[in-house]
Design a protein around this ligand. Structure first.
Ligand code: WQD
Length: 343
């Protein structure tokens, strides 16, 4: 199967790319490298021992998309390209609407013109906003509280309408919860450009001595220990969910939404404890004020994906922490290009 993956050089994209290559897909990666690098793509070739085409570019570039669809003729698109920082989206909303929403519309227009009728979209649990009930199931009201989340729900609606307009079109939106971890080979992993906002990369910075201590945002939430609780999911589980989504689209039309999470929430202090145990490091931290817009708990009900995608998360929190730490230890060699072959 010929697959176009946008954002394929990114954290989720590169791990998903390995899965696509492993099952024999012919893949073209489109990525503007705004939050990724070709180092990850080179590592994917080492891990997968398969080649693929890479084009640096933006989904708003109509001419580039026409060239790709005319020549490569993708049968399905995995659309992972998009800006994804909540904080950045608040400061610079138009860049998020431009890149995420306009880019998706442009992609769908060229897909339609070239009769590419299948797309899997990288959405986010952020679309739910404040919880009316927990765990979040796919019927939970969507009320995102930041521009990043609003771009995701807008794109879901656009794709839904695209499916309604043509009975041959089929699409899935995967609502990711909190992706963490790295490939078990330690040859690729999260490598955020600039200062990370997410918890796990910040824990890693403290463990690696790059940061004195972690700021824990709030300690009076209604959770087991008062700190925020999240549904962390291993990036390899996330990657396999995309393969399950492709399988589902082979036999189903219309638009479907699936949560991609473990169904288990753990608190910040619990995650720190596991990370310390697995890495043998000490994570110093201090309690500070709650972060504006944060939820106490965000946890998925993954039953729909288990039933219809026949997908279920299998990695544990220990796996997530171990793979994250092993990648951190191995990353410098890779980034400096000292690792030339897979172990
Ligand atoms: C997790 C927990 C913080 C940093 C965001 C996006 C979501 C998804 C994942 C893309 C919270 C706490 C964090 C720190 C802390 N991204 N924390 N100190 O906010 O759940 O979700 O990233 O799809 O869309 O909204 O993730 O990692 O920022 O925070 O105490 O320095 O860690 O309060 O409880 P979040 P996060």
């Amino acid at each position: 199967m010929r697959v176009l993956i946008t954002g394929g050089a990114g954290y989720i994209g590169s791990h998903t790319l390995i899965e696509l290559l492993a099952v024999g897909c012919e893949v073209l990666v489109l990525d503007d490298l705004s939050n990724s690098s070709t180092v990850a793509l080179n590592q994917v070739k080492l891990i997968a021992e398969r080649d693929f085409e890479f084009i640096k570019g933006d989904t708003r570039d109509a001419n580039l998309l026409v060239e790709i669809f005319s020549r490569f003729k993708p049968e399905i698109v995995l659309h992972l390209a998009g800006f994804k920082s909540v904080a950045e989206s608040v400061d610079n909303p138009l860049s998020y609407y431009g890149n995420n929403v306009s880019g998706s519309v442009q992609l769908l227009e060229v897909m339609s013109k070239h009769k590419c009728t299948k797309i899997v979209f990288s959405s986010s649990a952020t679309v739910y906003g404040a919880a009316k009930y927990l765990p979040y199931d796919e019927d939970h009201p969507t009320n995102p509280i930041n521009p990043y989340g609003r771009t995701k729900i807008m794109i879901e609606s656009i794709i839904s309408d695209w499916c309604k307009a043509n009975v041959n079109n089929s699409a899935i939106a995967l609502r990711y919860f909190n992706p963490v971890g790295a490939h078990s080979s330690s040859l690729i992993g999260e490598n955020p450009c600039g200062t990370p906002n997410n918890l796990m990369p910040l824990i890693v910075q403290v463990a690696a001595g790059e940061k004195d201590k972690l700021k824990v945002f709030g300690k009076n939430y209604n959770t087991r220990d008062g700190t925020g609780a999240r549904d962390y999911i291993h990036v390899l589980d996330l990657a396999s969910a995309h393969l399950s989504a492709i399988g589902y689209l082979k036999n189903n039309v219309g638009f479907s939404v699936f949560n991609v999470g473990t169904g288990r929430a753990i608190t910040i202090l619990e995650l720190i404890e596991v990370f310390e145990l697995v890495s043998g490091t000490k994570i110093e931290y201090e309690f500070v004020a709650e972060r504006h817009g944060d939820l106490a708990i965000a946890v998925s009900d993954p039953k729909k994906a288990e039933k219809f995608l026949r997908w279920k998360a299998k990695y544990t929190v220990e796996d997530m922490c171990r793979d994250t730490w092993n990648w951190q230890i191995n990353k410098p060699k890779i980034i400096k290009g000292l690792v030339s072959t897979a172990p």
